[in-house]
Design a protein around this ligand. Structure first.
Ligand code: NAI
Length: 417
């Protein structure tokens, strides 16, 4: 790989803290900056980190040779809200919920170099971990051909870790590191070199970043779009939307058989699209897996009981203790927080994108539709109109329809699939 690269990490949440603590420990990177355009965040982040000499402490839970915690301490060069820092960057990585990608793309557009980078091929690397649905569609649309065709774009299928802040601006816990994570790169010929840079950036040989041939694989294999809406629907579709909860319900451990079947069927619908696109258009969607195979690959030994799919989820050690996002009421009870990214990200930038592509393929998705309608109800949005991705809120999504794409041929051609 090229040494002496300058990195800009965009974001200020769980994942951004982890990367901001890990990446500066890698000698290949000359400087690592954090950019947060979220109002007030850069200042708060800087002030908190300053109390420990500017270092971010990353606890790699139980990852030591004897199963002990490992603390990694890294000091970014600067945490800033000024997007012009991107003018120095060889690598720009978005580590934010996907609804924030648009704002970052617009903010950094005037500052991205289209020549003279030290990154492989002389092209700035720009990508998202995770990409969620349609990162490349949105990047191409916002940056325009002059920039998009002169940089390297990548997306990861998911975040490399299960990670939670322990103290804002200071420390973060990596609760679990995925064994392997797929990554796509466009243009394809930059794939290997770019994967090697991003593997260095995560400061570990795990997860093993595996190059897959198509960005479309990343869009369709975004597992958050399957997991979060299905599990949220499963918990609340029979609830009266009024009675509060005494405790936040367990998220993964609370999955019942009905929800397990929903997860399975939504994944089946996505695999039907894969079969169609590979058969009819000869796309290579290697890496797009059924949710069961994805879970076995991502969590392998962490799964206790494989007797049924919902039991696999219930007994996955990596998921233990996580609860549904809730809002505490004045009388100490809990109501669901449908404004959390499990809905606000995973429906418009997840399932609606996939549904939009299914529609171009003329493939029916009755189970996905149930989840999208549930999301519409709780978020008070309308993505579907008469079953088509044509509702007034499609403009908030990254479905191809939001960018005026009308046929599957146009979609494949425009995005270089
Ligand atoms: P997070 O929830 O910690 O992100 C919060 C941050 O996003 C904020 O601190 C701010 O920097 C930014 N943000 C939020 N709203 C914004 C807005 N309106 N405008 C601009 N910026 C805004 O997210 P986290 O946990 O770091 O996750 C990042 C991505 O990784 C998400 O897509 C998430 O679904 C995915 N992911 C996270 C996992 C985890 O364990 N944290 C696991 C798997 C995937």
């Amino acid at each position: 790989m090229s040494a002496g690269l300058t990195v800009v990490i965009c974001g200020g949440g769980n994942g951004a803290h982890a990367l901001a603590g890990l990446a500066p420990t890698v000698s290949d990177f000359k400087e690592v900056y954090v950019l947060s355009t979220f109002p007030g965040e850069a200042e708060k982040f800087t002030a908190a980190a300053a109390t420990q000499g500017g270092e971010i402490h990353v606890c790699r839970t139980k990852e030591g040779p004897g199963g002990q915690d490992v603390i990694v301490k890294g000091k970014p060069s600067k945490i800033t809200e000024d997007p012009s820092v991107v003018a120095k960057a060889d690598v720009v990585v978005f580590v934010v919920p996907a609804f924030a990608h648009k704002g970052y793309l617009e903010a950094i557009k005037p500052h991205i170099r289209t020549s003279g980078s030290k990154a492989p091929g002389g092209h700035v690397i720009l990508g998202a971990m995770p990409g969620e649905g349609g990162f490349d569609i949105q990047a191409q649309h916002i940056l325009g051909a002059d920039i998009f065709n002169n940089i390297t774009v990548f997306a990861l299928e998911t975040l490399p870790w299960a990670v939670r802040l322990s103290e804002y601006g200071k420390s973060v816990d990596i609760l679990g590191t995925k064994y392997a994570v797929d990554m796509a790169v466009t243009p394809w010929n930059m794939g290997r070199a770019t994967t090697s840079v991003i593997q260095k950036l995560v400061a570990h040989d795990h997860p093993k970043l595996t190059l897959v041939p198509s960005m479309l694989t990343i869009t369709l294999s975004n597992m958050n779009q399957v997991l979060h809406p299905s599990i949220t629907w499963g918990r609340y579709h029979k609830w009266d939307f009024v009675t509060p909860f005494d405790e936040p319900p367990l998220f993964y451990e609370g999955v019942d058989e009905t929800t397990g079947v929903m997860l399975w069927k939504v994944s089946d619908e996505i695999l039907e699209m894969k079969g169609f696109l590979e058969y009819k258009y000869k796309l290579d969607l290697t890496g797009l897996r059924h949710i069961k195979n994805w879970m076995l690959r991502s969590y392998s030994d962490d799964i206790g009981d494989q007797s049924s799919f919902h039991r696999m989820i219930n007994t996955n050690k990596g998921y233990q203790g996580l609860v549904h996002p809730m809002i505490k009421t004045d009388d100490g009870k809990y109501m669901p927080n449908f404004g959390y990214r499990y809905m606000t990200e995973d429906i418009p930038v997840g399932l609606v994108v996939t549904k939009g592509i299914a529609e171009l393929c003329e493939i029916e998705t009755p189970n996905m539709d149930v989840l999208i309608r549930f999301g519409e109800k709780v978020m008070n949005k309308t993505f579907l109109s008469h079953g088509k991705v044509d509702g007034p809120d499609v403009c908030l999504t990254r479905a191809p329809q939001a960018f005026g794409i009308k046929t599957i041929e146009e979609f494949i051609d425009k995005l270089r699939y």
